[in-house]
Design a protein around this ligand. Structure first.
Ligand SMILES: [Mn+2]
Length: 573
């Protein structure tokens, strides 16, 4: 009786012993011990956590003046305003950079400054502040550049700007290299001298904080842009990011700005139904696409558009770019996959091909997901070769690249995503050295982390409402999963789109279950089976009635949950 076999390893999150103050504060707010246990097991076991999850989102925003150089930034902007100086805002070409750039442009314009956006060409200018942008600044007689989501690694370019008589205010969230740029201001929460309480802001999040500094509460209406950038940059949706995303979703759902309304319409998403998954999988790729296969400036103009007609035309352009990006990616993936499979046992794959620079990050990401190991993908279509790397976890790309610093023309990134420029003649050397850093391959067994293990009758509306307090779910705050024991399968049906529908009985009552992307269950589960499931609790409203529904992630034979040994309790200080 070990059928149906679960696909995942089920793991109960380890339970901390609840801190008495946390328990008292939570219970004073009407939270159950059960929910407080769920929060604590996710690492949210102090007063800040209760604020982030329960209070108005604005309560979770920190004082922007705590950001390093925030005061210098504000003073220089004020001086520019006083002198009627013209400004260039330089943003990165990805969704985080574009949304951050839009926030900065809108904020400075609101102060009355003459501001133009500059989005670099991915192919010609690459990452970071570009010399082309500095030339443009000088030609247009602008005295100030504000960077967004980049600039921390642009010491040389910032020196060039200084020599040309242009001040640079860097606003960024990337890790700091050993040589810091001599910018007038370096607003980056990662600075070693940073007193900022939460360093997990995205580039657009830093821009949003500076907007708050310049405009006060007026800046809150730009949280929609910061929310998109935060989600697109895969920043964890906890702490201050959670506040930003909650504020942003509210704006997007009720009053989307013209550009985003047009973009959502093209993507077939009703504003009221926007959630973090839709930001990640419908909105961000459309903003990114135009920077990958065309001119990212068009996406900036879409975000800045003030009327629906202009927005509609730009949204059409973005849609066309997105389709082109998909086609290019489909073709390139076939070739890249084949190249990676030439060395099936390598702990990490390093491949090179004549793929467009704009999609190598997508290829690396897709293959890293598929094959559960890091991938580094080079585009050989220009010299130096441009490389993009993605790691599914367990291997820190930024740290490894830092150890190979001498081999690159330039490099940067995070643990899970990094990029580099490499001279073609150093490619073999790079391969050898990176592989020697990676050690043997340890395949990761896919697991599901359970927030709770309960019996079938306990899966009810009360629990559904309690767990709803964890929304919005996303990176760093995954949707709550519950192990539910003791169902009998009444009906199994393969549904369209590769899904399986189950009707489950508990006592005299039945519950609907939907298993997205689990075609296999239609064959493995049989009527009459006694099963345990791992599911996300949800509900459907139809004809004025609400019905409980289980979004089932995995099914195992009865007794699977009982056999789970809870990991030892951890004492949280
Ligand atoms: Mn970013």
């Amino acid at each position: 009786m070990d059928r149906p076999a679960p696909r995942y390893l089920w793991q109960l999150r380890s339970r901390p012993v609840l801190d008495p103050d946390f328990l008292a504060a939570g219970q004073a707010r009407g939270l159950s011990r059960r929910l407080l246990g769920v929060l604590a097991a996710r690492g949210h076991s102090d007063g800040h956590a209760l604020t982030a999850f329960l209070d108005e989102p604005i309560a979770g925003l920190h004082d922007p003046l705590l950001l390093p150089d925030a005061r210098v930034f504000a003073e220089r902007v004020e001086a520019a305003r006083g002198r009627g100086e013209r400004v260039l805002v330089f943003g990165d070409f990805d969704a985080d950079g574009l949304t951050g750039l839009a926030i900065m442009v809108l904020s400075l314009r609101r102060l009355g400054l003459d501001v133009e956006p500059h989005v670099p060409s991915r192919a010609d200018e690459g990452h970071g502040l570009s010399l082309a942008a500095i030339s443009r600044t000088v030609e247009e007689e602008r005295g100030l550049i504000v960077t967004v989501d980049c600039g921390t690694s642009s010491a040389l370019e910032i020196e060039a700007a200084r020599l040309a008589g242009v001040d640079v205010l860097v606003t960024d969230h990337h890790q700091l290299p050993s040589v810091l740029p001599q910018a007038l201001a370096l607003v980056n929460p990662h600075r070693p001298d940073s007193a900022y309480p939460d360093r997990r802001l995205a580039g657009s999040g830093v821009a949003f904080k500076l907007a708050q500094l310049l405009l006060g509460d007026e800046a809150l209406e730009m949280a929609d842009l910061a929310a998109i950038g935060t989600v697109a940059d895969v920043a964890p949706i906890v702490g201050e990011n959670r506040s930003i995303v909650r504020l942003g979703l509210e704006r997007l759902r009720t009053d989307p700005r013209p550009g985003l309304a047009a973009l959502l319409a093209r993507a077939g998403v009703a504003p009221a139904r926007v959630d973090l998954d839709r930001l990640a999988f419908a909105v961000a790729p459309r903003l990114n696409a135009v920077g990958r296969v065309g001119d990212g400036t068009r996406a900036a103009h879409l975000l800045l558009a003030t009327d629906a007609e202009e927005a509609a035309a730009l949204a059409d352009e973005l849609e066309a770019a997105n389709l082109l990006r998909r086609e290019l990616l489909a073709v390139a993936l076939v070739e890249a996959r084949e190249a990676a499979l030439a060395e099936p046992d390598a702990p990490l794959s390093i491949i090179a091909g004549e793929w467009p620079v704009g999609i190598i990050g997508l290829i690396a990401g897709r293959l890293a997901d598929e094959r559960g190991r890091p991938h580094v993908v080079f585009s050989t279509s220009a010299t130096p070769w441009r490389g993009s790397a993605r790691s599914p976890g367990g291997f820190d790309l930024a740290a490894s690249f830092a150890q190979l610093a001498d081999i690159f023309e330039r490099f940067g990134g995070h643990a899970a995503a990094a990029g580099c420029d490499l001279a073609p003649e150093r490619y073999e050397d790079f391969r050898r050295r990176l592989l020697s850093l990676s050690g043997p391959l340890t395949p990761v067994e896919p697991e599901l982390l359970l927030d709770l293990a309960i019996t079938a009758p306990e899966a009810d509306y009360t629990l559904l409402r309690e767990l709803a307090l964890l929304e919005p779910a996303g990176v760093g705050n995954p949707p709550p999963l519950v192990g539910v024991a003791g169902f009998e399968v009444v009906r199994v049906r393969a549904a369209s789109g590769g899904h399986t529908q189950l009707v489950l009985r508990r006592g005299l009552e039945v519950v609907d279950g939907i298993c997205f992307g689990r075609e296999d269950l239609a064959a493995d589960v049989r009527e009459g089976d006694r099963v345990d499931v791992v599911a996300r609790l949800s509900s459907r409203v139809f004809g004025g009635f609400e019905t409980l529904q289980l979004e089932i992630r995995d099914v195992g034979p009865a007794g699977t949950l009982e056999r789970l040994t809870a990991p030892p309790a951890v004492l949280v200080a």
